[in-house]
Each structure stands twice: as C-alpha cells, then as structure tokens.
Design a protein. Structure first.
Ligand code: FES
Length: 86
C-alpha cells in the first residue's frame, strides 16, 4: 500500500492496495467531507499536493479542476505516496 500525508491535519494514513483514499480514512475514523462516496457529488474534492492517483469518477470533478491538481478521494486509489491539502 501507499502512505497518504494530510498536510493540514498532520496525520498519516496507510491505504491498502485496491482501497480508495476515502475508504481508508473512514476505516481509520478520520473525518473527511464526503457524501456520495462514488465520484458523483464532488463533496470530497481535495487538492493533491504530491503524488499520483487512479481516479474513476462519475462526473463529480471537471477536467479544469483536475488540471489544477484537485482529485476526489472517494473514487481514487493511490499510485504512489500522496500529500493532500487537508
Ligand atoms: Fe461524492 Fe466524493 S463523496 S464525489
């Protein structure tokens, strides 16, 4: 798995292979904004400061936002260690 560092919270999270960032965070009891949990609503949208993800969203983010570095933790699996702006 990969490590996710939450820059503002100062917390670290281990994400198992095949697990989304949000699922791992919720399993650990972290409180992150989320609603649909499947890439539709955009509630979980977060800036990715470092690293790469495999994001399979359902319209909850615009390409322009992806270009600006945002991602949806509910439908993204890490492809590297990550640093996120939370
Ligand atoms: Fe709805 Fe992530 S919780 S897009």
């Amino acid at each position: 798995g990969f490590n996710v560092h939450f820059a503002k919270m100062g917390d670290d999270l281990s994400v198992a292979p095949g697990q989304t960032v949000l699922a791992a965070a919720l399993a650990k009891g972290m409180r992150l904004p989320a609603s649909c949990t499947r890439g539709v609503c955009g509630t979980c949208k977060t800036k990715l400061l470092e690293g790469k993800v495999d994001m399979q969203h359902e319209g909850g983010i615009r390409q322009r936002e992806v270009d600006q570095g945002f991602f949806l933790p509910c439908c993204s699996k890490p492809l590297s260690d990550l640093v996120v702006d939370r």
